[in-house]
Design a protein around this ligand. Structure first.
Ligand SMILES: Cc1cc2nc3c(=O)[nH]c(=O)nc-3n(C[C@H](O)[C@H](O)[C@H](O)COP(=O)(O)OP(=O)(O)OC[C@H]3O[C@@H](n4cnc5c(N)ncnc54)[C@H](O)[C@@H]3O)c2cc1C
Length: 470
């Protein structure tokens, strides 16, 4: 029986596979990675033995993937392949790990065949690698990269602030890119023998460095020219604040519900300390934006120090968790864990404004009711919207006031609650294939909920999520 339902799920997934936005991005990404391979092949540079050819192709793809890491995390709104920052950052993190492993193995893979020739040959090759100046650049890049990838994987365990880590991350990878480009253009069968090929690598290097320069030195100039000011700051739960800002010159700020911006309250548009927050206000033409911010670490716990009238710089909007993605869905479930309520409020307010008649459900989970926000508004939306249902889930319900008890369930947002949020069609089948789920919360909750959604049969192209950390 279990096998039958697994098979049904699989066949549902296969039949529902479409060329979705994410599939197109993935395809574009893979085509881009193959570019150096295509150039090498067209220059007739891949005609050695099988092992060397395979390794050479893998090296070309990996090096291209390394350069593509820069635009993936580059906040590029206008380049379609890199405009989806959620997708880009997820891929940047995933691929960073694989590239770290591949480049760590790179010298071993090159030296391995020499070991099979003779041990002496291997020893001589290792000595060459350490002493030859061309190979030294690769060796330093290899060592720095190994440390930097580990620092990225374990960044939450390091004794340094996120900002210090980010600054080191950028500087480290600029150094690695410089040394690695020097290395690949001076050694190996490609670098040594083909200037055309070297031109490709140096162009990619220059593009990557231009992007870093643009993001950290040029873009801040534009952001500086469009400052915002804090118009209101108030505590709205035991741990959350509502921050309202407006454009100083009243310029409009176009965004879609569900998007986020990077806020910088340091006083300098060039400062590295910028934090991403989702916009919760309705779209308006007056340059007014609202945020719900949870106290979590150094910055968010010091929000009370911000002053009304203070200048604030805004980079954005970014993010692709928009309502456009559920245009054809028969119903929508919004799932929010803790601070994840912010983008969900943005989406819900927009759905309410549009008078959307479809079934809309909000599952909102938190530790206690005292850590929940916008409860009055949510209950009044339940009455005013055509088909909206609210489910609050609290780990501890003892302190829950009587008026809220009809809405509150004890526990976490689990598979059962999600399943119950999906309506049935006329033949009493759940509308799983036509239902869209928006999801936002901490990393652990996103992974667990994604697993539930998979088991329920909601396909990846109907799930849109925002993980609250990069
Ligand atoms: C796309 C997105 C939208 C978000 N929307 C909201 C929101 O609407 N409301 C809300 O309360 N929180 C939101 N967050 C989370 C918020 O950005 C972090 O809680 C905040 O930056 C933490 O900073 P801190 O110094 O207080 O805490 P820290 O202790 O320094 O950081 C806690 C964790 O937050 C992440 N983080 C910290 N600084 C940054 C940064 N500059 N950029 C990216 N990640 C960072 C890191 O993973 C870190 O481990 C969002 C995060 C992302 C990525």
């Amino acid at each position: 029986m279990e096998n039958v339902s697994k098979l049904t799920l699989m066949s549902n997934r296969i039949t529902s596979f479409r060329l979705t936005h994410q599939n197109i991005l993935t395809l574009g990404y893979f085509i881009l990675l193959l570019l150096p391979f295509v150039i090498a092949e067209s220059l007739g540079m891949l005609s050695e033995g099988l092992y060397t050819t395979v390794l050479s192709v893998l090296n070309l793809i990996a090096m291209m993937a390394f350069f593509v890491q820069f635009p993936l995390a580059g906040r590029l709104k206008r380049l379609p392949l890199f405009a989806n920052i959620d997708w880009g950052m997820t891929k940047h993190k995933q691929l960073g790990k694989y590239l770290g492993i591949f480049f760590f193995l790179h010298p071993l893979l090159i030296l391995a065949p020499k070991f099979f020739v003779s041990f002496d040959y291997l020893t001589v090759s290792i000595m060459d690698a350490i002493t030859s100046p061309q190979l030294l650049t690769g060796l330093i890049a290899w060592a720095v990269m190994s440390v930097w990838v580990m620092m990225s994987i374990y960044k939450d365990k390091l004794c340094m602030s996120y900002e210090t880590w980010r600054l080191l991350h950028v500087i480290g990878f600029v150094v690695i890119a410089t040394l690695a480009t020097l290395h690949i253009t001076t050694v190996g069968s490609h670098g040594q023998y083909n200037q055309t090929f070297n031109f490709v690598w140096w162009s990619l290097y220059l593009l990557s460095m231009s992007l870093v320069t643009y993001n950290y030195f040029i873009k801040p100039r534009f952001i500086k020219g469009k400052p915002f000011t804090i118009s209101s700051l108030k505590k709205i739960s035991d741990v959350d604040w509502q921050l309202d800002i407006e454009a100083k010159s009243k310029q409009s700020f176009a965004f879609e519900a569900g998007q986020f911006v990077w806020l910088n309250t340091s006083g300098s548009a060039y400062n590295f300390e910028q934090h991403p927050f989702s916009i919760v206000s309705e779209q308006n033409n007056k340059g007014k934006l609202s945020f719900i911010i949870r106290e979590l670490g150094d910055y968010t716990k010091a929000l009370h120090k911000l002053n009304i009238g203070q200048t604030i710089f805004v980079d954005g909007p970014y993010g692709s968790m928009s309502l456009e993605r559920s245009r054809t869905a028969q119903g929508i479930t919004l799932i929010a864990g803790g601070a994840g309520i912010a983008p969900m409020m943005g989406l819900l307010r927009e759905l309410a404004k549009q008078g959307d008649p479809r079934p809309i459900r909000l599952l909102y989970g938190n530790q206690t009711i005292q850590k929940m926000v916008c409860l009055d508004e949510l209950m009044s939306l339940e009455k005013s919207m055509k088909n909206f249902k609210l489910v609050l889930l609290c780990e501890q319900t003892e302190s829950c006031p009587e008026t809220l008890q009809p809405f509150v369930k004890q526990g976490f947002i689990g598979k059962e609650e999600i399943q119950q949020s999906i309506d049935f069609d006329l033949t009493h089948q759940p509308l799983t294939q036509d239902w869209t789920v928006y999801l936002s919360g901490p990393q652990g909750m996103i992974s667990a909920t994604n697993q539930h959604l998979k088991e329920i049969g909601i396909t990846a192209n109907h799930i849109h999520f925002e993980q609250l950390s990069f």
